[in-house]
Design a protein around this ligand. Structure first.
Ligand SMILES: *[C@@H]1O[C@H](CO)[C@@H](O)[C@H](O)[C@H]1NC(C)=O
Length: 257
């Protein structure tokens, strides 16, 4: 591929038509307004009209052609975002690096259900699903635990699927595990969460004094704002706070109560 492009470049420079053959029904990009069209056989290739001649290009490794100015880079997108490859093949095999199956993509974590990798040109960045969400390998996004095969229950609730778990250093918020799924709860007014008995109690406790009107630390607020709740109305607003690289899965309106 590289040598083909090189040869084309050299021939173009010396003024010889080095037109790559448009085979079969392949649309000529130079006949289109956009000057670029997807390859008819391979979903990870596209033709661009350069100096009046069609030239064949590969998408960055792991991406497939989506359309001019679409996708994540160079008109190319993650293959699972749409049916780009229906009836087509991929021309290029994966090029893997540490944590990345392809140079570009979003991939599962080797040891964690709450973490995943985003890969950009082979460089992996570790990402974290927050608010009780888990990484869903099928949708490549953070998702509700019940939708994630093999990670059905959240690790927070491993000790007791129906127990309470302290939330950081919070004195009034805590996780309530319901059948292995964590839900954020808040103690009734004037009570504090006791880390020993795992219940809301009358203060003071070892860690918590009588509640004051001082706002909680910023970190605690951030943590608490990203919590999935039973109320479907809350779900959309929670998805606004997903980590970079996470693509929200539309709420399907399944009744949960
Ligand atoms: C990708 O990485 C390679 C080597 O690590 C580098 O030569 C190349 O320029 C990078 N490409 C982009 C588009 O950043």
């Amino acid at each position: 591929m590289a040598s083909v492009i090189k040869a084309v470049t050299i021939l173009t420079v010396i003024g010889v038509c080095a037109c790559q053959q448009l085979k079969g029904n392949q649309e000529d990009p130079c006949q289109t307004k956009a000057r670029v069209v997807g390859d008819q056989t391979y979903c990870d290739r596209y033709w661009e009209c350069v100096n009046g001649q069609p030239e064949l290009y590969d998408c960055p490794n792991g991406l497939v052609y989506a359309g001019k100015n679409r996708g994540v880079t160079e008109g190319c997108d993650y293959p699972w975002r749409s049916n780009y490859c229906d009836g087509k093949q991929q021309a290029n095999p994966p090029i893997g690096t540490d944590h990345c199956d392809w140079l570009y993509g979003i991939f599962g974590h080797e040891t964690s259900c709450t973490r995943y990798w985003t890969c950009w040109n082979g460089t992996a960045t570790e990402q974290l699903c927050i608010g009780g969400l888990l990484y869903n390998e099928r949708t490549h996004s953070c998702d509700w635990p019940e939708n994630v095969d093999g990670c059905q229950k959240h690790p927070l609730c491993n000790d007791d699927p129906n127990g309470n778990v302290p939330l950081g250093k919070s004195c009034n918020r805590y996780w309530q595990c319901q059948g292995g799924y964590p839900r954020l709860q808040r103690c009734p007014a004037m009570l504090v969460f006791d880390r020993r008995s795992l219940r809301c109690v009358v203060p003071p406790t070892e860690d918590c004094d009588v509640p004051s009107t001082i706002p909680p630390p910023i970190q605690e607020v951030e943590e608490a704002e990203n919590i999935p709740q039973n109320n479907p109305k809350n779900r959309d607003s929670n998805f606004n706070n997903l980590p970079p690289g996470a693509i929200p899965v539309p709420f399907k309106g399944k009744s949960r109560n």
